[in-house]
Design a protein around this ligand. Sequence first.
Ligand SMILES: [Zn+2]
Length: 191
Amino acid sequence: MENPLKRKADSANTDTTPKRAKPSLPKHAKRMFIQAKLSWTDQYGRHKTHEARLLLDCGCSGPILNKDFVWKTKVPWTRREVPISVLTADGEPMKEAGERYAQDLIMRIGHHQEELSWEVATLEEGIDGYLPVGWLQQHNPDIQWDTGKMEWRSDYCKKHCLPVSIKDAVRKFVQLVEEGKPWQVVSGTTI
Ligand SMILES: [Zn+2]
C-alpha cells in the first residue's frame, strides 16, 4: 500500500529541489614559462650562453629542447646509435625525438644552476624547451601559481644548485612568465 505521507514528502522534495546552476565552461589559464640561460662550450672551446624560454610541462617525461633552438644557437648535440621512443602526453611518438640529445648544458635560472641533458625534438614554435614535472619534483621549488613567484627552498637545491652564500640566495625568487606576456625581469628579492 502506498504511504500517502511519504508520497507527499516526495512531491514536496521535488518541488523544492533547487535548480542546479548551469555548469561553467572549462577555464583555461595561461601556460607558465621559466626564463633560463643555457651555457656550453663549443667545438672551438668557446663559452656560449643563450637565453631560453622553457615551458613547465607536465606531459613530457624529461627535459626537451626544441630543434629550432638547437640549430639556431648551435648547441652541440649527439646522435644516438639506436633511437629511443619518446612519447607525448597523449601517448603518440614525439616528432623527431629520441634521435639526438644535448648533454650537460649548464642551466641557470636566477642564481640557481645545474647541469642538465636534453632530448632534442621538434616542439611548438616559439618555445625553446620543456621542463618536465620530474624536474619540479627533484628541485621542489615553492611556486605561488597565482603570482608566478618561485623560490628555491629544498635541501636538494641548497646542496646541489645554489651558491654557497645560500643565506642570501634563499631569499631571492624567480618570476615565472605567463604566456603572451613580454619579456620581463625574472628574478628579484623578497622584501
Ligand atoms: Zn635545484
